[in-house]
Design a protein around this ligand. Sequence first.
Ligand SMILES: [Zn+2]
Length: 219
Amino acid sequence: MRGSSITLPLVVVLSCAYQPPKFAVTHTEQRGRIDGNGLRFVIMPDRGATVAEVAVRYDVGSSDDPVGKAGLAHLVEHLMFQIRPDAPNAKPLRYYIERLATKWNAYTTYDETHYYTVAAPRQLETVLQLEAIRLHDGCTSISEDEFAREREVVRNEIRQRTGTPEGQIEPLLLASLVQRISRPESLATTRGASRICRLSCKDIICAVCDVSAYSSPCA
Ligand SMILES: [Zn+2]
C-alpha cells in the first residue's frame, strides 16, 4: 500500500471580539417646556442626518375614551388629518403633509396619540407649522361626510386587528396588566368596532374642543 494521506479539517476561527460601531452619536439632546401652553419638547440635532423628523405626542389614548364611546381617541387621530385650515372647501392638512413628507403617519395606543412626519431638513419649519395648525384648530372644520367616512375606516381597522381570537389577546392582556384600563372595550376590541358606530360628529368636536369634557360623556 502506498502512503495514505490524511485530510485534516480546515478550521476557520472567526473572531468573536467585540467591534465597536464605526459611527459616533454626535447629537446633543435639548429639553424644555413652553410656558404659554405647557408644551414639552425634545430637540435632537444630528448633523449627519439627511432628513428631519417631527414627532408630536398627545397624552391621550383609548383608555381615556368615555364610557360608551370606545374608539373616540382613535377616530380623533384620523380626523386630525382632515382639518381644513383655510376654508371649508380648501385642501385638508393631509394634502400638505403628503406633498412634503417622505414618511408620515399616526397611531393611537391606550395612553397616547402620536403623529410623525419625516421630511427634508429645509421643510422643518413648514412641518412644525402644520403641527401647530393641528394643535390649534382641532376638529371644528370636519364635515359630517368626512366624519362618517373616517368612522368607517377606523371601524374596519379595529375589525381587521381584533376580529380574530388571537387579535383579542393583546388588548385583553393590556387591560389586565394596566390598572388604569378598567374597560377592555376602550382598547378597540371587536366590541369597540360596533360601538364606534354610535359616535357622532358632535362627540368629536366636544372631545377635542373641551378637554374637561373628554373624560366624561358629552351632553
Ligand atoms: Zn387608525
